[in-house]
Design a protein around this ligand. Structure first.
Ligand code: EPS
Length: 374
């Protein structure tokens, strides 16, 4: 299974193609749109989300709500294109307007302009923009339906915003209620404090990041491989997480904390009672690059959004003058969007690993093969 995405932030549409879905997977379109709406939600988003109403339009590979086994192509229209047609149209447009040369620190602007031999960072930022993640959420939602057919579920929540952290542990079932919270946090007091901080940052023209936990439940052991570095499940899932805009760190299970503890306090002891089990899950469900049957626990750190309304010191790419970086409109925090995106990219990466191991041309075959695994 493989996903390819295309689309510019203010272009006509975002497009995705998924290759390798088995036939007869029932597609719930309302569910895909629910995740797209969740990605647009959350406290601290900016003006753009008032313009967009992301909805999937499936173009191929699905007939009467069931996959055919052929590539599934889909698009999500950019409503904002109506305001940008004159400056973005592939067929010809005015590229002297809406230019960006006051390159923003922390963005792709400067490095991209040099690498792609441009004079306008618009030709870089349009693709580097986190708008692209809408496609990955739609694809993730389709692949989530594939994994749910096997009893594999993905969830998560926001653990901290700009240092305001919830250190509690939650069961997988408790995580679902996070989605109805303004910041996808489960600790009401921390969430209130984080919302107040976001209000302050908005006043100051500043931005915030945070940390997110993603969990996978129901995955049997043996996915990923210890036989080749590139096939290790932790490498694949962490790579997927690091591919998301603004993500700067990732850990599995105890993660960085494990470095400060003794081996006897870190490694999950193994027991047997009709089946092998562990009483702790410090490994985060992955040992030797393979799922071990426990819940997979991944945590990611998102940096603050690099477009600041207050503007950071930078240099104009053309004049070389010291200037304040561009910043017309920006989210203060997009941590909820990132939470949905991270669930989605983990789902996409996992579905690829699962389909590689199981194969199967139709859903019935896939389910039978999964059931037969120990
Ligand atoms: C983004 C800048 C903002 C965000 C955008 C990502 O867009 P604009 O420049 O149009 O105001 O809203 O995110 C989305 C549009 C989205 O759907 O998530 C950026 O520079 O990365």
């Amino acid at each position: 299974m493989k996903l390819i995405t295309a689309g510019e932030s203010h272009g006509k549409a975002l497009t995705g193609i998924i290759e390798g879905l088995p036939s007869n997977l029932k597609i719930n379109i309302a569910e895909i749109n629910r995740y797209l709406a969740l990605r647009q939600s959350g406290y601290g988003r900016g003006g753009r989300q008032k313009i967009e109403r992301d909805k999937i339009e499936i173009l191929s590979g699905v007939r009467n709500l069931r996959t055919l086994g052929s590539p599934v192509a889909f698009q999500i229209k950019n409503n904002d294109y109506d305001n940008w047609r004159d400056f973005m149209a592939p067929e010809g447009c005015d590229i002297t307007k809406r230019t960006l040369t006051k390159v923003r620190p922390g963005h792709a602007d400067l490095t991209g302009i040099i690498k792609y031999d441009q004079t306008d960072a618009r030709n870089i930022l349009e693709r580097a923009s986190a708008r692209e993640t809408a496609v990955r959420v739609a694809a993730g939602s389709i692949m989530r339906q594939y994994l749910a057919g096997l009893g594999v579920y993905i969830s998560g929540y926001v653990r901290s915003v700009c240092g305001i952290a919830d250190g509690r542990r939650y069961t997988f079932e408790e995580l679902e209620s996070a989605k109805s919270q303004p910041l996808f946090m489960l600790d009401g007091e921390k969430q209130q404090a984080a919302m107040e901080l976001i209000d302050e940052l908005k006043e100051e023209g500043d931005t915030a990041g945070g940390t997110i936990e993603i969990r996978v439940k129901g995955l049997k052991s043996g996915f990923g491989s210890c036989m080749q570095y590139s096939t290790k499940l932790d490498a694949i899932l962490c790579g997927a997480i690091m591919s998301v805009q603004a993500i700067k760190g990732v850990e599995v299970g105890l993660g960085f904390k494990a470095a400060d503890l003794r081996g006897s306090a870190v490694h999950d002891k193994i027991f047997y009672d009709n089946k092998f089990y562990r009483e702790t899950n410090n490994a985060g469900g992955i040992e030797g690059g393979m799922s071990n049957g426990e819940e997979i626990v991944l945590r990611a750190a998102m940096k603050p959004i690099p477009t600041l309304m207050q503007g950071l010191r930078t240099v104009d790419y053309i004049t070389k003058d010291a200037v304040t970086a561009a910043g017309e409109r920006s989210d203060v925090a997009a941590i909820c969007a990132a939470e949905i995106v991270l669930e989605s990219v983990v789902t996409v990466a996992l579905a690829e690993v699962v389909s590689q191991r199981l194969g199967g041309d139709n859903m019935c075959e896939v389910k039978e093969r999964y059931k037969r695994l120990k």
